[in-house]
Design a protein around this ligand. Structure first.
Ligand code: ASP
Length: 322
């Protein structure tokens, strides 16, 4: 009898421990399908599910308004761990860019941990009459007032990078917002827009196939992947101090139970050790996080430092949306 009761107690505990997730988990990506944030999420979903009772992990693309619509959706979702958010640096830039954000960055989310850091590239349509950054600079000078610069909306990484690029060049361009850089890339491939900054995870394949032109990387260090190693940095190309590198993090609605937060954090840590995931990410120029920012609290501190870093630059540029 005692043995039976013990077995029932163990089963009950085990039942409690594995109760989450008891249905598919949705990761909201606040940008269009097929873009860089979406690609990270889809790769991550495959490995994350191993730590989530092997439940299906569904990606839901909620693009628009530079990632703020998707983030707002998760902020308001049921805090049970079945709706998560994979966001990028926009988590830190949107507070300065939007006068009224539809969520509170610091208080509406549980910070689950950081995923990766991804440099960006300055790319252009293949028909641009420039083979390198020096030639691009001449073309930009000769075409002031006529240049289109694509981005994924106010608050997106491409917007931030494009903003700094225009400031550093002292040239105003017409910015063309999309719901993510996947549709922007389609138009860049079609020659409807001239230039874009985008994560290496999205541009590497297109650069390799020669369908777009790459002029520089936006980090302060050159990159080492075979496709990107030949590109100069914007800093060494004359735009002194230019440095935009982005990152991705995972979030849940505020109030998600601690046991669930801990389980997703453990699943994330394991996912980031998966050799196939690491290989795929590194081939595209991404660097997997291995430091303290894997912990939710440390990641939150990092986001706060990014808010402090970018806020003044964005405000100085006078960029706001209501
Ligand atoms: N790369 C986009 C950005 O500029 C977002 C995306 O589509 O993943 O922020």
């Amino acid at each position: 009898m005692k043995k039976l009761l013990t077995a029932i107690a163990i089963a009950a505990i085990a039942g409690t421990a594995s109760a989450y997730p008891d249905k598919p988990v949705t990761i909201v990506v606040p940008f269009a399908a097929g873009g860089p944030t979406d690609k990270v999420a889809r790769d991550l979903a495959e490995v994350l599910r191993k730590g989530l009772n092997n439940q299906t992990v569904i990606i839901e693309n909620v693009g628009g308004a530079g990632g703020t619509l998707g983030a707002a959706k998760v902020a308001k979702a049921s805090p049970d761990g079945h709706t998560l958010l994979l966001h990028h640096i926009g988590m830190a830039t949107s507070p300065a860019l939007y006068r009224k954000l539809p969520y509170d960055t610091a208080n509406d989310f549980e910070y689950l941990g950081m995923v990766n850091e991804v440099p960006m590239t300055l790319v252009g349509r293949s028909t641009l009459p420039a083979a390198n950054f020096a030639e691009l600079r001449k073309w930009i000078d000769a075409n002031k007032g006529k240049i289109n610069l694509a981005n994924a909306g106010l608050g997106a990484a491409s917007h931030l990078c494009g903003l700094l690029f225009q400031q550093s060049m002292g040239v105003d361009m017409t910015t063309v917002p999309y719901k993510g850089t996947a549709p922007a890339m389609t138009d860049l491939l079609g020659g409807q827009v001239d230039l874009m900054c985008d994560q290496t995870t999205n541009t590497t394949g297109q650069i390799e196939s020669g369908k777009i032109k790459a002029f520089a990387v936006t980090s302060t260090k050159r990159l080492s992947t075979p496709v990107l190693a030949k590109l100069p940095t914007l800093d060494e190309s004359g735009l002194k101090g230019f440095n935009v590198s982005i990152w991705h993090g995972l979030y849940a609605p505020k109030g998600t139970p601690k046991a669930v937060v801990d389980q997703v954090n453990a699943a994330l840590r394991n996912a980031l050790k998966d050799p196939e995931f690491i290989k795929r990410q590194e081939a595209l120029g991404a660097v997997i996080v291995t430091d303290g920012r894997l912990a939710g609290a440390e990641h939150k501190k990092f986001v706060e430092s990014e808010i402090a870093k970018w806020g003044p630059a964005i405000k100085a540029a006078g960029q706001y949306a209501d």
